[in-house]
Design a protein around this ligand. Structure first.
Ligand SMILES: [Zn+2]
Length: 354
């Protein structure tokens, strides 16, 4: 087929899609920012945009989400595009009830707000889906962020070669999503709060020794601070200290080793429970990109790789795959879930990007 034919086919497909197809707007809500995409019924991203937020109060955030969704639809599909053919998929970094669209709890941790940091916030049982449907006129689905990443991987990542896999998402905290025999598990799983140390640090949830007491940008920064007594402004500073030639570098690196071991123990539990062939870890580039001079990442990855020693001898291989966080992946995953949930779209041939 010539380049001309390919171009004509693409234009015809787009034209048919605009006249008859369904679209999803996917929005990722993160602390003080939003990322949004428009996805066609083939699962391909056709537009994207980001916004900063100054307030994290839930009703205010819902208004900003509705505004961004409206702007994305107007710019890419036109102001008059029928809302009956657009759905909205939103993802948040906390537990949700996907059946009712209620966000059970969403907050930033106690370490996230110092003098120069934004103020704390806490959502409890907020009906985000209903609020957004009322504001936009679009059917809305609400998901947890790790589940949105799992949906992305199912359609565009390791799901293409593996029917059973896990996704672990490391950001401020830690979450996981699972696809078992081609079905994404919709159950609420608090992976970050699996207990992996009997007498570990106290976690933000109040229990001791959770994965999230050692892993995640918030915990890693806090642990490196505790071990070294240094003032550190976030994960980047903790990574830099561990990678440096300073006297406390090895002490800082030990925090990354313990984080890796915590993760390995969590992965071992996933392995014994579900038998995934792959575990895909989405995390900050600095945490998962090893190499010369990258002591923190090397130490973390080596410890994660020890997961077989934390479980019974397994009969099948499990591969760890690492991927640096991408600004729009969660929004894309939320849109894919919305297309499936709201319009029953099946997505075998989606394209990873525009
Ligand atoms: Zn916990």
């Amino acid at each position: 087929m010539s380049v001309y034919d390919v171009t004509v086919r693409r234009i015809l497909r787009r034209s048919h899609q605009l006249d008859h197809g369904h679209y999803a707007v996917g929005i990722e809500i993160q602390p003080y920012r939003l990322a949004g995409v428009v996805v066609d019924s083939g699962g391909t991203v056709t537009a994207r945009s980001r916004r900063h937020l100054t307030i994290m109060e839930p009703t205010e955030v819902a208004e900003r989400v509705a505004e961004l969704a409206g702007r994305l639809v107007a710019d890419s599909l036109g102001c008059d595009f029928p809302r009956t053919r657009v759905c909205l998929g939103v993802q948040v970094g906390g537990p949700v009830d996907p059946d009712t669209g209620v966000v059970r709890r969403l907050r930033n941790g106690p370490d996230d707000h110092g003098e120069d940091k934004p103020p704390p916030y806490e959502w409890v049982e907020f009906p985000l889906g209903a609020a957004l449907t009322a504001m936009t006129g679009c059917i809305t689905s609400v998901e947890n962020d790790a589940h949105a990443f799992a949906a992305y991987e199912q359609i565009l990542g390791v799901g293409r070669e593996s029917p059973t896999f896990a996704v672990v998402l490391i950001r401020d905290g830690v979450g996981a999503g699972l696809v078992v025999r081609g079905e994404r598990l919709r159950v609420l799983m608090e992976f970050g709060h699996l207990q992996v140390w009997q007498r570990g640090r106290v976690c933000d949830c109040g229990m001791r020794g959770c994965i999230e007491s050692q892993v995640g940008n918030r915990a890693l920064t806090a642990v490196v601070k505790e071990r070294t007594g240094r003032e550190l402004d976030g994960l980047e500073a903790a990574l830099a200290l561990a990678d440096s030639d300073e006297a406390q570098a090895l002490e800082a690196a030990a925090a990354f080793r313990k984080a890796g071991t915590s993760m390995a123990r969590g992965i071992a539990t996933l392995l014994t429970t579900f038998g995934p062939s792959h575990v895909v870890i989405h995390a900050a580039q600095g945490l998962i990109t090893g190499g010369p001079g990258r002591r923190a990442a090397n130490t973390f990855l080596r410890a994660v790789g020890q997961f077989p020693t934390h479980t019974f001898p397994i009969s099948r291989d499990c591969r760890i795959v690492t991927k640096p966080l991408d600004a729009f992946r969660g929004a894309h995953g939320a849109a894919l879930i919305a297309l499936q949930n709201c319009f029953g779209v099946r997505l075998p041939n989606a394209q990873p990007n525009i």
